[in-house]
Design a protein around this ligand. Structure first.
Ligand code: PHE
Length: 349
């Protein structure tokens, strides 16, 4: 066996040229295998065959092989570092944040039309010195009925079909409030007159649902108690409220006699139709008026029930129906749309 040491110079040159052309780490790995692969590697083979040479040749050839081996190992390592660095640089360049690039828009929703209306109502009443208070949706029979002068067998309870809660779970006499008037009681129990409050919130009635009836809807309760508060004040406050709500349009209020157990006298409150502004249209059934609230002077018995002296204090209360106001205002003909969560409906507001 004879090996010419000179051939290793040639191998080294060839390897150097190949190395110079390599741009990926996969190709580099392939080159490494070509020279150092355990089975087929050019240098591995050469090293293996050293043992078959004469002592003399072992020295010269061995030296030549080792020179190439060292050279190539170093060159491969250097190339690998360079490739890794280039890769990193590339990655960084790609990841660089362009602070001037236009942002990605996250689709934002908006408040429900009813929430918008109630928020606006709160703002207007706050401007008139009213405080906004809230009460629980799960109520006691006392707050929802008894203290409001609606005793157990009173026919007025039938006007508001009630969701009673399972006494085994909720305790006796618990219900989903049928009216926000319960908040009147809660507030008066814990505050000294004079006061003005509104209490917006959701109420529940066991109704067969149709276009004008839902098992849940909203009310805005109002209560103003003072030394000489009268129905004239109710009229003025609500007139201002509706005028501001409807962008300062000329709006009037009228009262029609009615009945509620917790007010005396009681009235049904109409406002100028805000579709036709009194010209008489289909929405107001050609009357020029819309019924939007029940109201009245707080019944002396109710004041007594919460420990307020009815000879000293008096006031008005009202319960407005924001669902109906929103429906008329926006021309919504089915109350169920308000609670259906249909995006095609909601996106219009
Ligand atoms: N709570 C009454 C209802 O739900 C409305 C109302 C409130 C009437 C306050 C008078 C005073 O029908």
């Amino acid at each position: 066996m004879h090996i010419d040491p000179k051939q290793f110079e040639h191998i080294q040159k060839e390897a150097a040229t190949e190395l110079a052309h390599i741009v990926t780490r996969e190709d580099l790995e392939r080159l490494r295998l070509k020279y150092f692969g355990r089975k087929e590697g050019v240098l591995t083979g050469a090293l293996r065959s050293l043992k078959d040479l004469s002592e003399e040749e072992k020295k010269t050839v061995g030296h030549a092989v080792h020179t190439v081996k060292l050279y190539l190992e170093e060159a491969l390592a250097k190339k690998e570092r360079a490739l890794i660095e280039a890769e990193l640089h590339d990655q960084q360049r790609k990841e660089k944040i362009d602070v001037t690039a236009p942002g990605k828009k996250i689709p934002a929703g908006h408040l429900h039309p009813l929430t918008q209306l109630i928020d606006k109502a709160c703002d207007i009443f706050i401007a008139m010195g009213f405080a906004v208070v809230e009460g629980p949706e799960v109520e006691t029979e006392r707050h929802n009925f008894d203290a409001l002068n609606v005793p157990k067998d009173h026919p007025a309870r039938d006007m508001q079909d009630t969701f009673w809660l399972d006494p085994a779970v909720a305790g006796p006499g618990m219900l989903l409030r049928t009216q926000t008037s319960s908040v009147q009681i809660r507030y008066m129990e814990t505050h000294e007159p004079p006061f003005r409050i509104i209490a917006p919130g959701r109420v529940f009635r066991s109704e067969a649902t149709d276009a004008t009836h839902e098992a849940q809807f909203y009310q805005i309760e109002g209560l103003m108690v003072g030394k000489d508060v009268s129905l004239a004040n109710a009229k003025a406050v609500l007139e201002v409220f509706f005028q501001r709500l409807l962008a300062n349009k000329k709006i009037s209020i009228r009262f029609r006699p009615s009945y509620f157990p917790f007010t005396e006298p009681s009235v049904e409150m109409d406002v100028t139709c805000f579709k036709c502004f009194g010209k008489k249209c289909a929405v107001c059934k050609r009357t020029g008026w819309l019924e939007v609230a029940g109201a009245g002077m707080v019944h002396p018995k109710v004041l007594e029930n919460v420990g307020i002296d009815a000879r000293e204090w008096q006031g008005f209360a009202f319960g407005a129906a924001p669902d109906r106001i929103a429906m008329t205002r926006y021309g919504i003909d089915d109350i169920r749309l308000m609670y259906g969560g249909d995006m095609r409906f909601l996106k219009q507001f």
